[in-house]
Ligand binder design. Sequence first.
Ligand code: EPS
Length: 373
Amino acid sequence: MIRFLTGGESHGDVLIGVIEGVPANLYFDKDYIDKELSRRQKGYGRSSRMDIEKDKVVVLSGINQGYTTGNPISIMIENRGKNIPLTEVKRPRPGHADLAGALKYNQTGARNILERASARETAMRVAIGGICKLFLAEFDIYIYSHVIQIGEIKSVKNYYNNLRVDELVKADRSSIRVVDKNSEKKMIDIVKKVKAHGDTLGGVVEIIGTSIPIGLGSHAHWDRKLDGKIAQSMMSIPGIKGVEFGLGFDSASKLGSRFHDPIAYDGDYYRMSNNAGGIEGGISNGEDIVVRLAMKPIPTLKKPLQTVDMESKEEVLAQFERSDTCAVPSASIVAEAMLAYVLANEMMIKFGGDSMEEVRNNYDYYINSLINR
Ligand code: EPS
């Protein structure tokens, strides 16, 4: 089993991560992880904070001569944007953790809450997800993402419409992580317009995992279901309000005969469609895993909504702090990281071993055994 913890505040000195359970002898490609960090920092609509941060991972433990040792891996990312005066926030922003957090933790203001609730923490998740991606790549499992909607503008391409999986690499070349050029321009224009009005925007991202073996997760108990675990991890990303698998909410209006994916055989079992998004009964069925997330608009508004001053109890306008206009492209990278973590953990639950060689043997044995089933 792989588990991880993160620590750190948005404007504190560092972010810290500890990941435990990664087998020994996995090549730790630091450049790859740093590239993952820079992918998260891009994206049209981010705040000027992204010009300040140049996220890079520093390894503190668990790696020797470029390879994992099987010990807990401790890593750190330095915050450059830390020298700003951190005044107390008494006018909590609707949509943030500010008010509920301050009341729950018995604080007179929201500063200590928002410093941790900030999406800055997701930088560390991307670094940890990067380690998980390195592990998954050893089994040819890859994870992609792209933006399919910003505000009301929808991309003409998504997994179920006009998209080939090999086109997904194009998302990295787009500042808003959209594969279709026409939609890109419209999305950038709408973010620009909304920013000029002091407002914010959300959107929808699609995450796709490929070459997933049959049999991750389990139907046998509620807390072992793969879609349940992925959904929890996705909902933990700041700003995410909805998650769906495959055709998701659209499946509700389809006939069973039109929705379910017929089974075929060509030496291996496969599906003639993938409306289920690669998971049936809480178990991966060997098709691509397709997850979509709806992200709400960023709650920090230049034209703030009404709130209540926590001291005077007067109705006032919410505090404005430097923030993003739209962080949907970044959320897609964080979602890749979370999917990578859940899948790496599931791989270890099913094929677990203390070294990569042992995991590989267990994996190969299982894959070969499927041929006669
Ligand atoms: C965030 C506000 C902004 C974002 C930040 C998340 O930071 P600041 O308040 O310093 O301008 O840039 O995101 C990151 C720093 C990051 O690395 O993603 C917030 O309030 O959640």
